[in-house]
Write a protein that binds this ligand. Structure first.
Ligand code: SAM
Length: 224
């Protein structure tokens, strides 16, 4: 179990309430798992949806939506907002993914897997491979990279995994793992083909030149 309890405190305090679908996620899902390509209702599982910013997009496109989220507050919020249109389970996706093999067409996460220690990341990807249908897709958005300007802050608890990062969106959120390209390739090597991998960076100029961003987006297809 590598869920950081700090997330519950953040949501309980009304923070991190992202409400609108993330544009990279929308673009990559429409390019690689467009529901028009399927002859059945597409089953998607989201790992760590927060308060469900991506849910309106999936419902609008006719997906059957499922999620596992560690924060009880976030789960309550989503159940109240989306009711019976979704199934969401409260739990830690590094230890509990209570689905049978070959269940999902698509598994996604946006900035969620990257909030765990490597042990948990590996478990979540292994489990995802087993519950995806053959040829199913994993789409991971915003997995932080070692190039991120804040990747040297906080306390390193294992290679490239940090806690207590005192600044930016990482403040009071617990664990963050910063990936290398080699780590990503080896994580998906056994059970997936990597169809697409991008590294996204930007630097700010105003109000300061110290902040910025670096993360990976990955699209991987379950081997048959
Ligand atoms: C950066 S937030 C992203 C939220 C949402 N995906 C979004 O993009 O708006 C990370 C989310 O992942 C959840 N999370 C991280 N690790 C988790 C784990 N091991 N099990 C369940 N949820 C987890 C956190 O509770 C939080 O909701």
């Amino acid at each position: 179990m590598t869920f950081s309890k700090e997330w519950e405190a953040q949501f309980a305090a009304g923070s991190h309430f992202s409400q609108y679908p993330w544009s990279d996620l929308v673009a990559l899902v429409m390019r690689h798992a467009n529901p028009k390509k399927y002859d059945h209702k597409v089953k998607v599982l989201e790992l760590g949806p927060g308060v469900g910013a991506n849910i309106p997009f999936f419902l609008d496109k006719g997906f059957e939506y499922h999620a596992i989220e560690g924060s009880e507050t976030a789960v309550k919020y989503m159940k109240h907002k989306f009711g019976d249109n979704i199934e969401v389970i409260a739990g830690d996706f590094t230890s509990l993914i209570p689905y049978e093999e070959n269940t999902f067409d698509l598994i996604i996460d946006r900035g969620a897997i990257t909030c765990n220690r490597m042990y948990g990341v590996k478990k979540a990807i292994e489990k995802s491979a087993s519950i995806l249908k053959s040829g199913g897709m994993y789409i991971g958005i915003d997995w932080y990279s070692t190039i991120h300007p804040f990747s040297k802050y906080g306390v390193e608890v294992e290679p490239n995994t940090r806690i207590d990062i005192p600044i930016g969106t990482f403040k009071n959120t617990g664990t963050v793992h910063f990936f290398t390209e080699d780590e990503l390739r080896s994580l998906f090597y056994k059970d997936f083909y990597i169809m697409y991998l991008e590294h996204k960076t930007y630097s700010t100029i105003i109000p300061d030149r110290e902040s910025g961003w670096a993360s990976y987006n990955i699209v991987a297809k379950r081997r048959k």
